[in-house]
Design a protein around this ligand. Structure first.
Ligand code: NAD
Ligand code: GLY
Length: 360
């Protein structure tokens, strides 16, 4: 059964729908009558789900066009955004038109940014098709483009009016992208909700064979957690920062390897284990809890060690550039148990010792 989660920001509301087989009903689910939609997707997702979405929009009286962007992190660029602005403007899209972002986090971040800025902001509906996007990136209104100097350096907060997460589409995800998305689910389990952690622990087989009912429950639960956090701290100044668990080293790894070695979730998985090791060394996390985290990561196929050694000073310097750092010191989200975290300052010697244990 479809679950509806409401993210209420007072003057703006986002309805998050989680269910199975929702794409075929999208024309009925979207708000508005006889509306104009621009569906932004990519050449991987389009042949799988584009027709289903367009047919449903048409069936329910909506006009539509579909724009493909290359299937690459490089599509999160001002160039790609500019090309979409021109296409939208040439096609006569107006203030009351709506963009649909149909794809993973890359398509969602680009489509969201274009919606945030075209005509000073038009509606966006996110239709995430990766696990990572369903549990994380499609929810909460962060949009971002990359600059040569770094990731997500240009962006805007622009809440979608609706998120439609159809877990049936996860069946076609490549294994690596599926496992990468699981990292963000584990993140919720460690940083926010021990029940998510326990759900994963006791259902490893079902998770690994992508059981749709369990995925529906898991995506809905994570969406509810994220909606609650964003409702409390939309602008990432307090509680939302805990969603950054695993990202201090994770982002540093992505930057240090030019985004070529790790999927986002893989880097976050290594970063979460690293943070757990730091926390255990600081006496904040029990050794048995560190072991529990490492065991779950392993059974889900998540990496806990780096592929190759990297220059340690560079990694530490990148971590010092993280948004949580202050006064030249690394501040990280550390687990203090399963489901609880603190943000704590970390001395360089501790970082070095934990990097060594992470194979870095
Ligand atoms: P992605 O968008 O690159 O998708 C991964 C791959 O899966 C792509 O090749 C894509 O075409 C393919 N794909 C998507 N859906 C599919 C399906 N159902 N079947 C088969 N193939 C499918 O990667 P991602 O992991 O979804 O997202 C990563 C991006 O998200 C990064 O750019 C990251 O910065 C961003 N992100 C944003 C936020 C946010 O809050 N805005 C949060 C986390 C991550
Ligand atoms: N992905 C982290 C956040 O949305 O804040």
């Amino acid at each position: 059964m479809t679950e509806e989660i409401s993210l209420d920001l007072g003057d703006r509301k986002c309805s998050i729908l989680v269910g199975r087989g929702l794409l075929g009903d999208i024309g009925k689910l979207v708000p508005g009558k006889n509306r104009r939609f621009a569906v932004i997707t990519n050449p991987t997702v389009n042949p799988l789900y584009g027709k289903q979405v367009l047919d449903s929009l048409k069936k329910h009286g909506h006009a539509h066009v579909l724009y493909d962007v290359p299937d690459s992190e490089a599509s999160k660029s001002l160039d790609a955004a500019n090309q979409l602005y021109v296409r939208l403007s040439d096609a006569g899209f107006e203030r009351d038109s709506c963009i649909i972002g149909l794809g993973g986090g890359v398509v969602g971040d680009l489509a969201g940014f274009v919606a945030a800025t075209y005509m000073r902001g038009i509606d966006i509906i996110q239709v995430p098709t990766t696990l990572l996007a369903q549990v994380d990136s499609a929810i909460g209104g962060k949009t971002g483009l990359n600059l040569p100097g770094g990731k997500n350096l240009v962006g805007a907060f622009h809440q979608p009016v609706m998120v439609i997460s159809d877990v049936s589409v996860l069946a076609t995800l490549p294994d690596r992208d599926y496992v990468s998305g699981l990292a963000e689910v584990v993140k919720y389990g460690i940083a926010a909700d021990p029940e998510v952690f326990a759900l994963l622990e006791s259902n490893v087989d079902r998770i690994n064979r992508r059981d749709e009912r369990l995925l529906e429950k898991t995506v809905a639960r994570c969406s509810r957690i994220k909606a609650g956090i964003v409702q409390e701290d939309e602008r990432d100044r307090g509680k939302r920062l805990l969603l950054n668990f695993g990202h201090t080293l994770g982002h540093a790894l992505e930057v240090a390897t030019g985004y070529e070695t790790y999927r986002h979730g893989e880097a976050v998985a290594i970063g979460m284990l690293f943070a757990a090791r730091v926390s255990e060394k600081k006496g904040l996390l029990k050794a048995k809890e560190l072991k529990r985290i490492a065991e779950l990561a392993e059974t889900l196929g998540l990496p806990s060690q780096a592929e190759d050694r990297l220059e340690r000073e560079k990694l530490i310097s990148l971590m010092k550039g993280d948004k949580k750092s202050r006064g030249g010191k690394v501040h990280m989200v550390l687990p203090t148990g399963i489901g609880t975290t603190v943000i704590s300052e970390i001395q360089d010697e501790l970082l070095t010792a934990a990097l060594e244990e992470t194979g870095l």
